[in-house]
Design a protein around this ligand. Sequence first.
Ligand code: ADP
Ligand code: MG
Length: 435
Amino acid sequence: MNIGQEVLEALKDEITEIEYKRYIRHLTYDTKKSTTDLAIFYAPNALVVNWIKNKYNDKIAHLFEVKTGSKVTVQITLKNTTERKKSKKAPEVKQSSSLLNPSHSFDNFMVGGSNQFAYAAIKSASENPGKVYNPVFIYGGVGLGKTHLMQAAGNVLQNRGKIVIYTTVEQFLNDFIRHVRNKTMERFQEKYRKCDVLLIDDIQFLSNKEGIQEEFFHTFEALKGAGKQIILTADKHPKKIGGLEARLQSRFEWGLVADIQPPELETKIAIIKKKCEINKVRLSEDIVNYIATVIDSNVREIEGILSKLHAYSQLMHIDIDLEFTKNVLKDQMNENHENLTMDKITEIVAKDLNIKPSEIRSKGRSKNIVYARRISIYICRELTQNTMPQLAQYFGMKDHTAISHTIRKINDLIKDDMDFKTKIEELTNKITASA
Ligand code: ADP
Ligand code: MG
């Protein structure tokens, strides 16, 4: 039994049998790649990866420490199936990055208005590497798909036999420091300058790090000069990064700079459906729409949510219905919408419907005021922590029974009136995007 298996055996005593059978049993320990301070486990799918990371990572690390006496970083990752298949057929595959996630493919990437420019830029670089846009520089907020897109190009090119290096600035820096320390800089330079495609993630971390900027500059020049494709990502436009040498900044803009914006509702829906398909989770349209409205712009949350839903429903033997989904996601919503107030919600609804916020809170009975008030109340109830009496007081209603009556009425309307339902979804989306 290897140390990884021993640790999992020990973990068995600390968790329920169901949990063990459902999740832990499927882990395999990589005896080759693991070291004294790094333990690598593979899980069969992204849901199990997420679930184990969230729930058991610390426990596993602790058990390692107990058994080996030293601190170990535990890494749970997806089994890299493409790599395995390839190495069976051609054992002498070129040295290439195994850090590419095979599920980060173009097929799995949903394109919408918010990301089509970045998608087109990367796609064209993957079709004609080094020929059209070099470098391609993608920037945008967290969890919007930058790493996914960049790795999609990496996967395509790697499958075409190109040597692809994917690295984050942090790893690049660590690698650099190690080689400086070991006095093996030629090997470092050879590694990064001999590849066909260089993907560097999160370039903003180069900011104010002169030594590595210098080294990176020369790597860039060598690759660009040799017509090798470079793809970079960052959280902001090169001009806004700051603490960057002028020559680097200008080179980042030589090729094509494309941004990624937060996804629109339809794109979010498409992404959720895709993730369900990949992870073999079945959800009804209602639930998919609900999740799409609840999550903000950060698409990364989707996987966490699906994994939570899946795991809870399996552990508790409950089918995933809308009520169940709402309960599971309550924490998530509270976290996301902490800053959302009734004022803010009323203000956005009023603006959208072209009336005054004070009218929404008045006793006015005209049709459009009642309409706006219903929507505001409903959204306040869904997105804030306010109690029924608090809602009643805010909206100038008699007491909490008046509010619960209104909410029942709205729920009926949502069932019967498609336009009303759409309006609520649209506004909820607008409001959550503003939070
Ligand atoms: P970033 O690098 O911009 O922070 P990631 O590329 O890591 O974001 O994306 C976060 C998660 O969201 C990943 O699981 C990714 O697959 C998913 N994702 C983001 N955008 C899309 C999209 N348009 N289609 C499918 N999945 C997406
Ligand atoms: Mg990223």
